[in-house]
Design a protein around this ligand. Structure first.
Ligand code: ZN
Ligand code: ZN
Length: 242
């Protein structure tokens, strides 16, 4: 992964992308990940001030933790699909999901580790984002690398993926993940219903994924997937809604 840095921890990923024109963050982890971001920037001789944009795949807490802080410190634009914009104004309002986490935790107690992890890393103190920029899917964004935003609603109404086609990179956010901390499932899949607004729609959005060209898929949760999007989409369809 040349000039792409995976940040976060075993539970949630976000990514720092280096481009000739500046730095871009894809998602922004949890508030507790700030020191890690500074360390990684220092390691490549860069600073927070060089971050030009924070691209959010969607409006969930575990993806927008550092967005407002970076916006204030660097002047970076925080980009989000308009359908998820309200979540950035009120990060702590419970997102709509098809099922309660409780039912999952009864069957698999480790599922409760997901909200605990968010809490331990300051997730429930995530500041709202005071100013955002609208993502228009289907067009390249005016940020370093000029990634294409691809609509992939379902997990949330405003879920998007970011394609850096020239580099073979596709950031899938939670439209496609490779590890689900709620079910414990590994391999390409959509997130469980405990955190998904509309699973049927999320499965349909895999069609958009299958139509893209990339050699490496970088998800919001789990390991990177080296392979073509069409194969990842097929595996995710087979895994189905959980
Ligand atoms: Zn999510
Ligand atoms: Zn997530």
């Amino acid at each position: 992964m040349d000039n792409v840095h995976r940040l976060g921890d075993g539970m949630v990923n976000f990514y720092l992308v280096e481009d000739d024109d500046g730095l871009v963050l894809v998602d922004s982890g949890l508030p507790g990940h700030y020191a890690m971001l500074l360390d990684r920037l220092a390691g490549i001789g860069r600073t927070v001030g060089e971050i030009r944009a924070v691209l959010l795949t969607h409006g969930h807490l575990d993806h927008l933790g550092l967005a407002e802080r970076i916006r204030q410190e660097s002047g970076a634009g925080v980009w989000v699909h308009p359908a998820d914009r309200a979540a950035l104004a009120k990060p702590l309002s419970a997102p709509k999901a098809e099922r309660s986490l409780f039912g999952y935790a009864v069957r698999r107690p480790a599922a409760i580790g997901v909200p605990l992890h968010v809490a331990r890393n300051g997730g429930f103190r995530t500041p709202s984002v005071a100013e955002t920029r609208d993502i228009v899917p289907g067009a390249p964004l005016d940020v370093p690398g000029r990634p294409l935003a691809v609509a992939a609603p379902g997990h949330t109404p405003g879920s998007v993926m970011f394609s850096f086609a020239g580099r073979g990179l596709l950031f899938t956010g939670d439209a496609l993940i490779t590890h689900d901390g709620v079910t414990g499932g590994d391999g390409p899949r959509i997130p469980s219903r405990a955190f998904t607004a509309d699973s049927a729609q999320a499965l349909r959005s895999l069609d958009a994924l299958a139509g893209l060209e990339a050699t490496l898929l970088l998800p919001g949760h789990g390991e990177a997937y080296a392979g073509r999007p069409v194969f990842a989409a097929e595996q995710a369809r087979r895994a189905g809604a959980r």
